[in-house]
Design a protein. Structure first.
Length: 202
């Protein structure tokens, strides 16, 4: 199976999403699938390389202070070119440019589509407010933006065949619970990724 995966952070960059996504891709490769990843360069010179048999394509695109920055059109055009060759498209994370800029293209490709959530905004003010006026303004701005974002994205979730969640109590499960004919798979921080792999690829 040819799998196209989008994610903002991938090796050699490091964070929690990268670690889990790379592990996820490694398992797909071991199962005999072909995997291509579209991700951010974030200062990395190589626009293309192969890491553990995964094709990695990098773009000058990233999310900062809730805004999408960089060359949007280059990424969108590349995704448009690749989407027709894929059997399965996996968007890793909401709230980022690599998912949000292409979500409206999903109905126009025959591949199955999966949104792999890594949590979502809680929309509740912290009991301990951020220190400093600038930080507090950014905190309020982010809260309002993502509240509007999830209100707006609800209808676009119909573009997906199913969803992956990190935990049964993740608020993302409430967002997708009423979506009929969609699978909702819990992978508990990937501890049982091998067991659930067949369900994802069905």
């Amino acid at each position: 199976m040819r799998i196209l995966l989008t994610v903002e952070t991938y090796s050699p960059l490091k964070n929690g999403v990268q670690i889990m996504t790379e592990h996820f891709c490694d398992e797909l490769i071991r199962a005999g699938h072909k995997v291509a990843v579209l991700t951010s360069n974030k200062g990395i010179e190589k626009c293309y390389e192969i890491i553990n048999d995964v094709e990695v394509h990098r773009f000058d695109l990233y999310t900062s202070l809730t805004l999408y920055r960089g060359d949007r059109q280059k990424y969108i055009k590349h995704f448009d070119k690749c989407k027709h060759d894929a059997d399965l498209i996996i968007n890793v994370c909401s709230e980022n440019a690599f998912t949000d800029l292409v979500i409206d293209q999903l109905p126009y490709c025959s591949a199955k589509k999966v949104l792999y959530f890594h949590g979502m905004a809680q929309f509740s003010l912290s009991k301990i407010p951020p220190i400093g006026a600038w930080n507090y303004i950014q905190f309020i701005k982010s809260n309002l933006r993502w509240r509007y974002y999830y209100w707006k994205i609800k209808s676009k979730l119909d573009h997906y065949n199913g969803f992956i969640h990190l935990h049964k109590d993740d608020p993302t499960t409430l967002l997708t619970a009423k979506k009929e004919n969609k699978f909702n798979l819990i992978i508990e921080n990937q501890v049982n990724i091998k067991t659930n792999q067949a369900k994802i690829l069905q």
